[in-house]
Design a protein around this ligand. Structure first.
Ligand code: BGC
Length: 743
């Protein structure tokens, strides 16, 4: 009896505490207050240039108390921050702004983060773009600049000035759940897209924060996996794109990854955060952690060069105060961190804006039209046996079949999820298009095969929609689970995929319908590679539509009926057999990242891919002349100049992605067969020829010698390939030489 009373008493106290906390969260949510991320007009009179702001930053640090300095180094206080988060996010479904470093005494405004890989996240109603992997498939970096321009404008409208984007982790194995958030498998291509995004968004006084630095390419185990990597692989494969967004893109910030690299968590990894980032690359901006679990030891963080703990004060609180008191951290170290934070962020808060951020611009007609254009230019046509484009649907009947054909499916439910006002599903887009032309559309979810077969036999064309949703892949939302077998089911949603196959029900549907109607188009919705070996030979057309954003359904219709000529190409290789891929265990406590992956691995092993990196068809055809090298007598400081004539040899206009690779068969060390070193997307009218030129600095041919710890350029003859994909049969070859003296 006594025991029972005791239990009831503690239970009562526990329940009361919960009720109090929830009430507190709700009160906080109701009293949510917004702050401006821009300094008031008269906050800092006479500060007009970047140089002025940098001097101001030094002065402000000299005027700060220690507590005020530490306040610059984390998001919000832990207890209140969590209450605010719970109240807003869970109770009233609003992602609250986390205000970092507001100091009213010194007039310093806070900075505020929003995720942004597929649009401006935190406030509802933004434009939802196709996921980054789709945009990577557009191979159009000017288009990416336009996307980041819109994301920047909408973030400013949302009261934000720090974009947790772009994600530029390398797609090492397409099982990776967050494949959709990055641009693809190739470091060169990733670098070009990363630079485009960073430069464009920063024009709007939104700091870019490329993420996740570094080697974050497994999702379920991201909080704990220790990735071991050799020096050469690190420098040549996993970091070049990060170096580019810093040196060429001029990014203000960077987000450290959750995982460990060679034994140390990335947020505490001095080798990554100081030796490479600052000493080798000269990065002057600041690094913030990935959220909640990005830092485990405050002192280690400071010593490593980590600037801001996000989103709450945890290890950068008491631990640092004690460390400073006992002398294990010096105030001078804190001054260095706070000075670089302020020097970096204050220009974004003080220098004049280039435009007004009028709320009406958010998800405006221009912005949503861009979302559609991007979706159209990203879709990749993998197979087309005379089916596409479908003829105009006047008076015709079209069936749209599949479990996800009428699902709002813009990608995962994780941090990159944009909550737009509407999403056009594949079915809605096709219906609108076909009915607008006097045809009819029938929807069938594919759950009853007999019924689907019957319908497919009765219509003029079948659009079969297969693939994934946020349940299947994406940022992992669930319990952290360690050390299980890769195939063991996960308790949450999203995360890494178990294998590269479609759901059985999708495969069965394809098998059942593949020969019923000769005008059948298999449309794939998802974020990376799938194995198609069991059915790809038998279906007439395969279109990769990706997670195509709020306007995706409209874009799909315009591609299928030929208003738009598809021009995307794969930003990763699709293997015929997933056993050919680098080892991947989604619960691994340790993983070793080798030098080869993607097309470099397939090239090296001589394995056949199902569809190679850089592959994609068009409704027209393009013919290539041989590449022409325009520079002679090249030495290490020169630039290789290449041009190639490409002709639209078909009868409709179209865009072609011209690719340039460099080969290393004469190397005396182990090097890839070839590496992408240039690409350009060009619009060509039927019968017209264009000359595409590439300028490649010779230093881009260097390899990293781990013994001498330096980049070296081999004096030898290199192969130069240009063409329409990474497949050898799509490339034409010439050679050029680099020597130590110019001829
Ligand atoms: C993700 C980051 C994201 C952050 C804030 C983390 O869980 O890994 O990519 O920026 O949350 O939403």
């Amino acid at each position: 009896m006594k025991l029972l009373l005791k239990v009831l008493k503690y239970l009562g106290i526990f329940l009361l505490a919960i009720v109090l906390l929830i009430s507190l969260s709700v009160i906080i949510a109701v009293n949510y207050k917004e702050y401006d991320v821009r300094a008031g007009a008269d906050a800092f009179p006479g500060i007009e240039t970047k140089q002025d702001v940098e001097e101001l930053a030094v002065k402000l640090v000299s005027e700060m108390t220690l507590e005020e300095k530490l306040d610059q180094m984390y998001g919000e206080g832990y207890f209140w921050g969590i209450q605010k988060f719970v109240g807003n996010f869970l109770v009233i479904k609003k992602f609250p702004h986390i205000y970092v470093g507001r100091n009213d005494r010194l007039n310093i405004p806070p900075w505020v983060l929003s995720d942004g890989p597929r649009g401006a996240v935190v406030v509802k109603g933004s434009t939802s773009f196709p996921s980054a992997i789709a945009r990577g498939a557009s191979w159009d970096t000017d288009l990416e600049r336009r996307v980041a321009d819109v994301v920047g404008i909408e973030m400013r409208i949302n009261g934000v000035n720090y974009a947790a984007a772009p994600c530029i982790n390398l797609l090492r194995n397409p099982l990776w759940g967050r494949a959709q958030e990055t641009y693809g498998e190739d470091p060169w291509h990733l670098g070009r897209f990363g630079v485009a995004y960073v430069q464009s968004i920063q024009q709007h006084h939104v700091m870019a924060c490329p993420k996740h630095y570094a080697l974050n390419s497994i999702e379920n185990s991201r909080m704990y996996v220790d990735v071991s990597v050799g020096e050469r692989t690190l420098r040549e494969v996993y970091l070049p794109h990060f170096k580019k967004v810093i040196q060429e893109g001029g990014t203000a910030s960077l987000m450290s990854a959750y995982n460990k690299v060679n034994g140390d968590f990335c947020g505490e990894n001095r080798y990554l955060l100081t030796d490479i980032l600052r000493d080798d690359w000269g990065f002057k901006g600041f690094v913030s952690t990935d959220w909640l679990m990005g830092l485990h030891d405050g002192v280690k963080g400071v010593k490593a060069g980590l600037d801001v703990e996000m989103p709450f004060k945890n290890h950068y609180g008491k631990e640092l105060e004690e460390a400073i008191a006992n002398g294990s951290v010096q105030e001078a170290e804190i001054n260095t961190i706070v000075t670089r934070i302020l020097k970096t962020r204050l220009p974004y808060a003080i220098l004049p804006d280039k435009m007004e951020y009028n709320p009406e611009l958010k998800a405006s007609e221009n912005h949503t039209a861009l979302a559609r254009e991007v979706a159209e230019k990203s879709m990749v046509l993998l197979k087309n046996e005379g089916v596409l484009p479908l003829s105009k649907p006047a008076g015709k009947k079209v069936a749209v079949i599949g479990r996800i054909a009428d699902v709002e499916n813009t990608g995962d439910l994780g941090s990159s999820n944009v909550r737009s006002e509407y999403v056009i599903t594949p079915y809605q887009g096709i219906k609108r298009y076909v009915e607008g032309m006097g045809g009819a559309v029938l929807l069938n979810d594919g759950s009853d095969l007999e019924e689907s077969i019957k319908l497919a036999g009765e219509v003029d064309a079948v659009i079969l929609v297969v693939g994934f949703t946020r349940e299947d892949e994406g940022e992992y939302m669930g319990r952290i689970e360690k050390g299980k077998d890769h195939n063991a089911p996960a308790s949450g949603i999203g995360g890494d995929r178990q294998n590269l196959k479609l759901h059985n029900s999708d495969e069965q549907l394809i098998m059942a319908l593949k020969t019923v109607n000769p005008k059948t188009v298999v449309t794939f919705v998802g974020g990376s590679a799938i194995i198609m070996e069991g059915w790809k030979e038998d279906v007439p057309a395969i279109l990769y539509a990706w997670y195509s954003g709020m306007e995706g359904g409209n874009a799909l219709a315009r591609v299928i009926f030929g208003d738009v000529n598809p021009s995307g190409k794969l930003p990763f290789s699709i293997p015929g057999d997933e056993n050919e891929l680098p080892e991947f265990n989604r619960y691994a406590e340790s993983a070793s990242y080798g030098y080869y992956h993607g097309y470099t691995l397939f090239d090296k092993k001589g394995s056949l891919t199902s569809f190679p990196f850089g592959y994609g068809l068009s409704y027209t055809s393009f013919s290539y002349d041989a590449p022409m090298i325009q520079s002679t007598g090249l030495t290490v400081n020169d630039t290789l100049r290449v041009s190639v004539n490409v002709t639209n040899s078909g009868d409709v206009d179209g865009e072609e992605i011209v690719q340039m690779y460099v080969g290393f068969s004469n190397s005396t060390i182990d090097r890839p067969v070839k590496l992408l070193r240039g690409f350009d997307k060009v619009y060509i009218n039927p019968g017209q020829a264009v000359t595409v030129s590439f300028d490649l600095p010779v230093e881009e041919l260097a390899w990293y010698n781990p013994d001498s710890r330096s980049w070296e350029i081999e004096m030898m003859e290199y192969e130069l390939y240009t063409g329409s994909s990474s497949s050898r049969e799509d490339l034409q070859q010439t050679t050029f030489s680099i020597s130590s003296v110019s001829k």
